[in-house]
Design a protein around this ligand. Structure first.
Ligand SMILES: [Zn+2]
Ligand SMILES: [Zn+2]
Length: 424
């Protein structure tokens, strides 16, 4: 039996045993479903189900490799033509996935190989550092640190943006672990469902800080002075001032490192020196209610814009914007298994979220590692290099091609799903 067939059988057994655990989603009959089977990498979409039972039957008889559902609701979800589906509205979906942004631990666990010159390395360069070509193949790996960063983005998204600025109640938000390297947050609310694509783009821009205008917030040059903005104005103005204040209260050495960082502020030594010299005065100015003339030696309007752009990057949320904007996008079905990991796509209640670690969940009901077993399995590594995997507090690997390993069942399922090993 091929390994893919073996995995399909495992998924099928899971769906048969755990039928009752597959959650019911709101307005199921009006959702479009999509599946990727094991046999071929194709998306079978435009599928509708008229009951929870019909959906469960699909899972148990087909045991798909990946399962997705629309954020949109339609009168006829099964209609092949998008325009004839009878669009009724779409939930607001926000996706935070470390595939789309830099984390420093990727320097340890994400591998790339250049298809042009054959050189290889770690991290997430957008072009080959040796030959400059863009054709890179990559092996991105799961990691607790990355997932923790993604989790923190969701927490900031809720408590710094959605709740205070949009007035959305926490009980209207659904958080789901994607089964791999991120989380989705979904808001189901009749008013939000009516938002157009343009409205959604504006929300996405607001959350990321993309296209922000400092001029509109109040930054201007007048009579040789730079006028900044005020803490009193809620929204981005206040967020920026608070962030500046937070930075100014750090020790000089930390401020220096932050301002030097080429991925962040990337300031020259001279500018940093003058920033540190004015630190206390600047702190007083941003805390005063009437004086907002920002004076730091060497800081003209261009430098202030550069500084504020970097501040905005510190505050903005790392969302995958197309997911929020595209109303025809399908997202993973909660309770289904992710075919690239064998992990369950897990819904988490907001009050459980702070303590949730998908790779070492304490609560069995919300544990994404469903194939957990101490029974060991023998595999042969088929990928040149496989990074270390830490699951349930235990480390496995790194491995090299040709290595024969013996690992617990859930690790074997993970490595087989990632297609970096084969059964022997
Ligand atoms: Zn190259
Ligand atoms: Zn990581």
């Amino acid at each position: 039996m091929s390994d893919l067939k073996y995995l399909k059988r495992l998924f099928q057994a899971y769906y048969k045993e755990q039928q009752s655990e597959i959650p019911i989603v709101n307005l199921l009959e009006q959702r479009e479903f999509g599946f990727i089977p094991w046999e071929k990498v194709i998306m079978i979409r435009h599928i509708g189900f008229n009951s929870q039972e019909a959906l469960r039957n699909y899972f148990t008889s087909n045991a798909p490799r990946h399962a997705y559902m629309s954020g949109s609701i339609y009168r006829q979800p099964e209609n092949q033509d998008m325009k004839s589906k009878g669009y009724q509205g779409c939930d607001l979906i926000i996706d935070i996935d470390v595939d789309h942004f830099y984390t420093s631990c990727k320097e340890d666990h994400d591998l790339w190989t250049c298809k042009e010159c054959g050189k290889a390395g770690t991290g997430m360069p957008n072009k080959c550092p040796y030959c400059g070509k863009l054709k890179l193949s990559s092996l991105n790996w799961i990691c607790e640190e990355c997932l923790d960063i993604a989790k923190n983005e969701i927490i900031r998204l809720i408590y710094n943006f959605l709740n205070p600025d949009f007035g959305i109640d926490i009980d209207q938000m659904k958080i789901t672990f994607s089964g791999h390297r991120g989380y989705h947050l979904k808001i189901e609310n009749d008013k939000i469902r009516t938002l157009s694509t343009e409205d959604r783009r504006e929300i996405a821009d607001y959350l990321t800080g993309e296209n922000i205008s400092f001029e509109i917030l109040g930054l201007q040059e007048k009579g040789g002075n730079i006028y900044g903005f005020s803490k009193q104005n809620i929204g981005w103005s206040q967020k920026i001032i608070k962030k500046i204040e937070e930075i100014l209260r750090k020790p000089d050495s930390e401020i220096k490192n932050l301002l030097l960082d080429p991925r962040k502020f990337h300031f020259s030594q001279n500018l940093i020196k003058s920033f540190l010299n004015s630190k206390n005065d600047f702190l007083k100015i941003i805390n005063s209610n009437n004086k907002n003339i920002w004076t730091i030696e060497g800081f003209g309007l261009t430098i202030w814009n550069k500084f504020l752009t970097s501040i905005v990057q510190e505050i903005g949320i790392e969302i995958d914007t197309p997911v929020t904007i595209d109303i025809h996008r399908l997202i993973r079905y909660p309770g289904s298994l992710h075919g690239k990991t064998g992990f369950k796509v897990q819904e988490i209640f907001p009050d459980e979220f702070d303590d949730f670690n998908p790779l070492d969940a304490k609560n069995e009901k919300s544990d994404p590692i469903v194939f957990k077993s101490n029974k060991s399995q023998k595999l042969e590594i088929t990928e040149t290099k496989v990074p270390m995997t830490k699951i349930k507090g235990e480390e496995f690997g790194p491995y090299n091609k040709g290595e024969i390993i013996e690992v617990p069942h859930h690790i074997a399922v993970f490595l087989l799903c990632r297609e970096v090993a084969k059964t022997i």
